[in-house]
Ligand binder design. Structure first.
Ligand code: DC
Length: 223
């Protein structure tokens, strides 16, 4: 039997860290769906499009080749034959991704790709609408969240480790702006799925959060 675990939640809640660690423990693949929206956003930016405009973005989907490949269990995202896994992490691409993800045709364009992977693989898939729309039948649905302050602090620490100086107030404002866009958009807004388990990681370590995910998995197997 194929097992799918869906993890949704706001930016910076630690979805990728938790999903990556838990998937290694379980021998599942980890699918980061944000990378797909980022790739569509990156491509639109490169073409000089206004990423908020459906009229400008939708034509860029024509013939667009976005794919995920898994190398030693690690996800890489490709735009045609170009590995854009690093390029999509730039700050301006985050906002572009949030913008293009509000366009229904962009979401439709990426649905089948996500569902095909989940159909064929035991996976933990993270995003904003995985439990609600992409994989409503996932055996385990988790809504991972944390306070805006805790999320901004984590991002600040990550950047600091990389030697990048950031401003905590700006980081908090950026996160809140993305939260607002992701939760208020008309299509597939960020929200806990029906039956989702809510996991607030504000005061939990990565180990404690992963342990909770694994405990739910065991519970699910035993049920
Ligand atoms: O998870 P992330 O920060 O890499 O995602 C980038 C943007 O993509 C985010 O602002 C919202 C959007 N997104 C989405 O709408 N649905 C998903 N399943 C994943 C991401």
């Amino acid at each position: 039997m194929i097992v799918n675990i869906a993890i949704d939640g706001p930016a910076g809640a630690g979805k990728s860290t938790i999903a990556k660690t838990a998937s290694k423990e379980l021998g599942f693949i980890y699918v980061d769906t944000g990378a797909l929206y980022r790739t569509v956003g990156l491509n639109a930016l490169r073409l000089g499009k206004d990423t908020k405009s459906a009229d400008e973005v939708v034509p860029t989907l024509e013939g667009l080749d976005v794919s995920l490949r898994f190398v030693d269990g690690e996800q890489r995202v490709f735009l045609g034959e170009e590995d854009v896994s690093t390029a999509i992490r730039q700050n301006e691409v985050s906002m572009a991704a949030s913008n293009v993800s509000a366009i229904p045709k962009v979401r439709e364009f990426l649905f089948d790709l996500q569902r095909d992977i989940a159909k064929k693989n035991n996976c933990i898939m993270d995003g904003r609408d995985i439990g609600t729309v992409v994989l409503p039948d996932a055996q385990i649905k988790i809504y991972l969240t944390a306070s805006a302050e805790a999320r901004a602090q984590r991002r600040f620490n990550q950047l600091k480790e990389k030697g990048i100086n950031a401003n905590i107030t700006t980081l908090t404002q950026d996160l809140q702006e993305r939260d607002r866009r992701d939760t208020e958009r008309a299509v597939c807004p960020l929200a806990p799925a029906e039956g989702a388990k809510i996991l607030d990681s504000s005061n939990l370590t990565v180990e404690e959060t992963v342990a909770q995910v694994l405990a739910w998995y065991k519970e699910c197997l035993a049920a």
